[in-house]
Design a binder for this molecule. Sequence first.
Ligand SMILES: [Zn+2]
Ligand SMILES: [Zn+2]
Ligand SMILES: [Zn+2]
Length: 246
Amino acid sequence: MTKHSRGICQLCGYESTKAGMTKHLASCPAQHDLDSGKSSQLFRLRIEASYASEYWLDLELKGSSNLRVLDKFLRDIWLECCGHLSAFTISNIFYNSSQDGDEGDEALEAEENAQLLALFRERGIPESRWPVRRRERGMDVKISEIFQEGLKFEYEYDFGSTTNLKLKVLSIREGKLSQNLRLLARNKLPEWTCSKCGKPASVLHTEKMYDEENPFYCKTHARGWDDYPYLPIVNSPRMGVCGYTG
Ligand SMILES: [Zn+2]
Ligand SMILES: [Zn+2]
Ligand SMILES: [Zn+2]
């Protein structure tokens, strides 16, 4: 239904496919750094929607910043509808937006863990089959402490109608940036077409989005297009979910 997804470099305007952008961004960002100032460690990430890979973006993030900075950025550009909880899962640790600071509630975790292990023993489940214990932490964790080149991890926004993202650390460099996080590239809005006439679509039928292959309509073929169940087309994997309008 959609053509090969293309994106635009936000620094120089270059347009290409995802693979082309990965190559381009190996050199473009350094040419757009500050001339003076302190240089710092910068992590370049590719982020895409887990079930809709036509939504993707590249960014770089200072090693001295933290996961909460990344969480806020993702909410602002793609996700925020009504302040749901979110979490990163990185190497079996669950970094939760509702937790303050960078540590989880150790006492509570230890107690829950003890209860769980007691239950396994009681049921006679052999120790070799006990699941790996998942630790919880807050999001105020320094990026340079957890990210390394090639690291892949996941992000969830809203534990009810969840939007899932996949993230990967593509490279690390030294550079001069004024801000903690800089958007490098973003996908162009996919060209959805009306399921009735094939012309460019402008709304999405939110009740049909999970069972019909093409739930998109032009305004002529969407009666009552400015009201529920129709929502505007937006450049986000949260489109159509929980009233998200961008
Ligand atoms: Zn560029
Ligand atoms: Zn919501
Ligand atoms: Zn139409």
